[in-house]
Write a protein that binds this ligand. Sequence first.
Ligand SMILES: C[S@@+](CC[C@H](N)C(=O)[O-])C[C@H]1O[C@@H](n2cnc3c(N)ncnc32)[C@H](O)[C@@H]1O
Length: 320
Amino acid sequence: MVMLSKCHRGTAANHCRLVHMTRHHRSRPTHWTPQEWSRQYFDTYGEQEWERLEHSAAGRTSFRQHAALIREYLAPGSHVLEAGAGPGRFTAVLLGHGVDVTVTDISQEQLRLNEDHVSPSSHARVRGRYQMDICDLGAFPDESFDATLALGGPLSYVFDAADAALGELIRVTRKGGILMLSVMSLFGALRVYLPAILLQLRTPEFRDRISGILETGDIPITDAAHHSCRMYTADRLAALLAAHGCTLLHMQASNMLTAGEELATHDPHTYHRHGPRTSLDDLLTPGTVRLLEEYEDAACRSAGSVDSGTHIIAVCTVPE
Ligand SMILES: C[S@@+](CC[C@H](N)C(=O)[O-])C[C@H]1O[C@@H](n2cnc3c(N)ncnc32)[C@H](O)[C@@H]1O
């Protein structure tokens, strides 16, 4: 465990910055552990992490899908561990749903933002905020929580230690309790960044790096500023959960129709060749927002699209 302690605005970026990473292929590899990298990255990323789920239709869809599953699977009155809680988007949803929450994160700044963003009227239901590595929840006894959440990729950020993290999440959840996770999607990233990936595959100096990322799902840690994580396929995530004895109840995409639309708006590198950029937000009217939401809700939950979004969301029960 790192330590126990009670415990920035800008243009938000998609965390699956596969292409962005490849542009920095010459950066010297660091010897940081994933935990050291995550701590400094999310301390610096700050408030942008709060904005990630509101600045684009894809982010808002992801927020809505996660929130709907929280309400669907978690019982009001239960006590939930939110590991890697970040600035508190889902902490607020949990509290609004009448759940008591223990918040943990590896980034002190994200914990500070979490406290800032959660409405003071709900503070009483937050049982504590702790700076803690998801791979070592040793401060909590076995079966401390009715349910455990790790949303938005905490498992993706620990690379090979995902087994250790999952083991800890299961240990602290009561037998048969709910575990809800979301991880970055490999095929979703491929779909979203396809034009740039194809461009880079034509360049010998990038080819090996891109091929390695596609083969392993790992965007390796190179330097402080550039996003790094393990991306999963639905099959790989399901196999990981099964290996730990979890029973999968539900798996879906975080977004589908809208995944990648923010790139068309915000990433000139990828789309500068594709003419004037139009944001979906420029096209949406109050009526079509609702229509898009209905289509997205159906698309995200369609079995065929589970690998198509920026994230894959899984809900399971931990072993009895
Ligand atoms: C993309 S953010 C997601 C935040 C929030 N769960 C959400 O979905 O909006 C990932 C969070 O995981 C945290 N994190 C990364 N590695 C971690 C680790 N080893 N242990 C605990 N938290 C970690 C980061 O600090 C960050 O706040």
